[in-house]
Write a protein that binds this ligand. Structure first.
Ligand code: ARG
Length: 458
C-alpha cells in the first residue's frame, strides 16, 4: 500500500517490516479520540485563518461521517494501515479529496498520538474509578452485615487479638479509597494537552493551543513541546497506581483463598464464583480470587515493561514509544475485569460465623485483655504481661483455655484476680471495648462505614 509519508523514499517497504512497524491492531481502539481531536484541530486552524471555515466544516463533517460509519459497522478499520491516525486521514482524503489533506497542517503524528492516548487513558481512569467505587460499596455493605461478627485477627498469620469481620473488610475499603485518590491525582497530571507541540519543536503557524485544550476538556497545555511529545510518565504513573490497586486486590484474594480453605472454613463462596475439579469431585476452587492474584503479576509486568522501554530514550519521540500502548491497555483491561469479578465475588460470599468465633476462642487471643485487666487493677503492664503469659502456658500444659480456668488458679498467680475477670476476657467484651477511632468495636466499625459512605456518597 502507498505510504502517506512517501516522499524522500518511495515508501515501498517489505511486508514483514510493515507488519512489524504497524500499530493499528492495538491503537485502533483510540479511533474516537483521534477523530474528536482532529475535528477540534480543524476548527482551530480555521479560527486562526490557516484554513477557511468552509474547509474546516467540510473536514468536521467528513470526520463525523467516518465516526458514524465506524460505530455503525459500515466502515471497517483497514488493518493494512500503519496506525489509526493514518487510517482516519486516509479515509478522509478518499472521501474529501484535497481538503482532507489540509487537516495535518500544524501538527504531527507525534503530538497527535500523545493527545489521543491522554484522552483515551483519562476515560479509562474514569471507568476504573467507577468500578473501584462499586467494589468499595460491595465490601462496605458486607462489612455492615458482619459489623459484630467475631473472628481472630492475625499478625504473622498467628492469632493475635479478636476483631470483627466487618473491621477486617473495612481495611480493604480504606485501601481502595486511596487507590481512587491515586487515580485522581494521576488524572490531574495527565490532563494537559500536548497537541500543538507538533513533531518536537512547535510550529511556524500562528496556532492557538488553548483553543484545542479547552475544547478537548484539558485543564491546560504541556508547556514544553519536546516534553509534550516524548514523555509517557503519565502512562507509567497510571500503571503504578494500577499495580498498587492490584497489590491490594491480590492480598484480599489471598485471604479469600485462605478463608475458603477446608482448614479455615471462615467463608463460603457462591457457586457462581467458584469452579470444580475435573477429577476430584469434592473440590470447590476459588479460581476467581486466584486469577486476580495471578493477574497482579501481569500488571506489575506491564509497568516494568514500559519503565524499561522508556529508561534510555533520548528526547524527543522515538518509535520505541509505540510500545506504551499494549502495556497500558492491557493493564487497564486487566484491572477492569478484576474489579468487576471481585465485586461479584465479595457481594455473594457469606461468612461462617460459628467457625470464625470458634477459631477466635481457641487461640488465647484474649491474653492481652487479661494483662490489661491486671493493669487496670494497679499492676505495671510488664508484670501483668508476664503473669498473663504464665497463665497461657498453664492452660496449654493442662489442655484448657483462659475462659475455663477456675478462679483459684488465677488467684495463685495474682491476688488481684476476681470473678469479673471472666467478663473482661469474654470475646464480645474484648471486641466491644476497643472503641478507639479506627478500632474493632461495632461502634468504631460503623463509624468507618459511615465515613466511606459519605466520601463516596453511597
Ligand atoms: N503509531 C505511532 C505510535 O504509536 C504514532 C506516532 C508515529 N510517529 C512517528 N514519527 N513515526 O507511537
Amino acid at each position: 500500500m502507498a505510504k502517506m509519508w512517501a516522499g524522500r523514499t518511495d515508501g515501498a517497504t517489505e511486508k514483514l517490516a510493515d507488519d512489524f512497524n504497524s500499530s493499528i491492531h492495538f491503537d485502533c481502539r483510540m479511533y474516537r479520540q483521534d477523530i474528536t481531536g482532529s475535528i477540534v484541530h480543524a476548527g482551530m486552524l480555521a479560527s486562526k485563518g490557516i484554513i477557511t471555515s468552509a474547509e474546516a466544516d467540510q473536514i468536521a463533517e467528513g470526520l463525523s461521517g467516518i465516526l458514524e460509519d465506524l460505530e455503525s459497522g459500515k466502515l471497517a478499520i483497514d488493518m493494512e494501515c500503519e496506525d489509526i491516525h493514518m487510517f482516519v486521514e486516509q479515509v478522509l482524503t478518499q472521501r474529501l479529496g484535497d481538503v482532507g489533506k489540509k487537516l495535518h497542517t500544524a501538527r504531527s503524528r507525534n503530538d497527535q498520538v500523545a493527545l489521543d492516548i491522554r484522552m483515551y487513558l483519562r476515560n479509562q481512569i474514569d471507568e476504573i474509578t467507577e468500578l473501584t467505587k462499586v467494589l468499595i460499596a460491595a465490601v462496605t455493605d458486607k462489612a455492615e452485615v458482619y459489623c459484630d461478627t467475631i473472628m481472630p485477627g492475625y499478625t504473622h498469620l498467628q492469632r493475635a487479638q479478636p476483631i470483627t469481620f466487618g473491621h477486617h473488610l473495612m481495611a480493604y475499603s480504606m485501601m481502595l479509597l486511596r487507590d481512587i485518590d491515586r487515580l485522581a491525582d494521576c488524572r490531574k497530571r495527565m490532563n494537559l494537552s500536548p497537541i500543538g507541540c507538533c513533531a518536537l519543536a512547535g510550529t511556524t503557524y500562528d496556532t492557538d493551543r488553548h483553543f484545542e485544550a479547552v475544547r478537548l476538556g484539558f485543564d491546560g497545555i504541556c508547556r514544553n513541546s519536546l516534553d509534550g511529545v516524548s514523555d509517557r510518565d503519565f502512562c507509567a504513573e497510571l500503571m503504578s497506581s494500577l499495580a498498587i490497586l492490584m497489590m491490594h486486590l491480590s492480598r484480599f484474594s489471598e485471604e479469600i483463598i485462605l478463608w475458603s480453605s477446608w482448614e479455615f472454613q471462615f467463608i463460603e463462596l457462591s457457586d457462581a464464583y467458584t469452579t470444580g475439579s475435573s477429577i476430584m469431585p469434592q473440590k470447590k476452587n476459588p479460581d476467581m480470587a486466584e486469577l486476580v492474584r495471578g493477574k497482579t503479576g501481569r500488571v506489575y509486568g506491564d509497568l516494568m515493561g514500559l519503565l524499561t522501554t522508556l529508561k534510555g530514550l533520548p528526547l524527543a519521540y522515538n518509535k520505541d514509544m509505540q510500545e506504551d500502548k499494549e502495556s497500558v491497555f492491557d493493564a487497564c483491561d486487566t484491572v477492569k475485569m478484576c474489579l468487576q469479578v471481585f465485586a461479584g465475588l465479595i457481594s455473594t460470599m457469606a461468612a461462617r460465623k460459628d467457625n470464625m468465633k470458634r477459631a477466635a476462642q481457641k487461640g488465647f487471643i484474649n491474653a492481652t485483655d487479661l494483662a490489661d485487666y491486671l493493669v487496670k487493677k494497679g499492676m505495671p503492664f510488664r508484670s501483668a504481661y508476664k503473669i498473663s503469659g504464665q497463665l497461657v502456658a498453664h492452660c496449654i500444659q493442662n489442655g484448657t483455655v483462659l475462659e475455663e480456668l477456675p478462679l483459684d488458679i488465677y488467684k495463685s498467680y495474682s491476688e488481684l484476680f476476681e470473678n469479673d475477670l471472666y467478663h473482661e476476657i469474654d470475646l464480645v467484651t474484648c471486641v466491644e471495648k476497643r472503641i478507639s477511632e479506627g478500632g474493632t468495636s461495632t461502634a468504631s466499625v460503623l463509624a468507618q462505614i459511615a465515613y466511606v459512605k459519605e466520601v463516596l456518597s453511597l
